[in-house]
Design a protein around this ligand. Structure first.
Ligand code: ATP
Ligand code: MG
Length: 139
């Protein structure tokens, strides 16, 4: 089934000028980038986005990291896009990520792990709506 998922190219990757390399892995995996914008996340946006982790010990660090440099927010479209992109990203901890995944190739640590991808269709809808309107998405 054709689906959409939400992706973020995180500050560690934009800082190292890896936007194009990350996008190449996404496109080589058969996912289409149907919306994309480079932004500097505000503290309020980052806090809201990672609200589910508010009680975790790394929450403050995570919000600080996500606002430390520009990010690229994206909508990806394709067959089973949510699960497919999770495969393409690799495990949260790059030390455990499979060969050829974005995190294996580029992530620096469990915190600075280059990309975000939605973990369910429901969350994808919520996350896309936080950063894009329907008119921004051209499939
Ligand atoms: P994301 O939600 O960013 O796609 P994920 O779903 O693989 O990643 P989550 O468990 O949702 O992982 O954690 C969200 C983010 O919080 C991680 O991507 C990472 O940046 C950060 N994070 C997770 N665990 C840790 C940790 N132990 N120490 C520092 N940061 C962490
Ligand atoms: Mg997650």
């Amino acid at each position: 089934m054709t689906e959409r998922t939400f992706s973020i190219i995180k500050p560690d990757a934009t800082r190292r000028n890896l936007t194009g390399k990350v996008n190449a892995v996404i496109e080589d995996a058969g996912l289409r980038i149907v919306a994309q914008r480079r932004i500097k996340m505000t503290e309020a946006q980052a806090k809201k986005f990672y609200e589910v982790h508010a009680e975790r010990p790394f929450y403050g660090e995570l919000v600080e990291f996500m606002t430390s440099a520009p990010v690229v927010v994206q909508v990806l479209e394709g067959e089973n896009a949510v699960a497919r992109y999770r495969e393409v990203m690799g495990a949260t901890n790059p030390a455990q990520a499979a060969d050829g995944t974005i995190r294996k190739l580029y992530a620096e640590s469990v915190g600075e792990n280059s990309v975000h991808g939605s973990d369910s269709i429901e969350n994808a809808k919520i996350e896309i709506a936080q950063f894009f309107t329907d008119a921004d998405i051209v499939g």
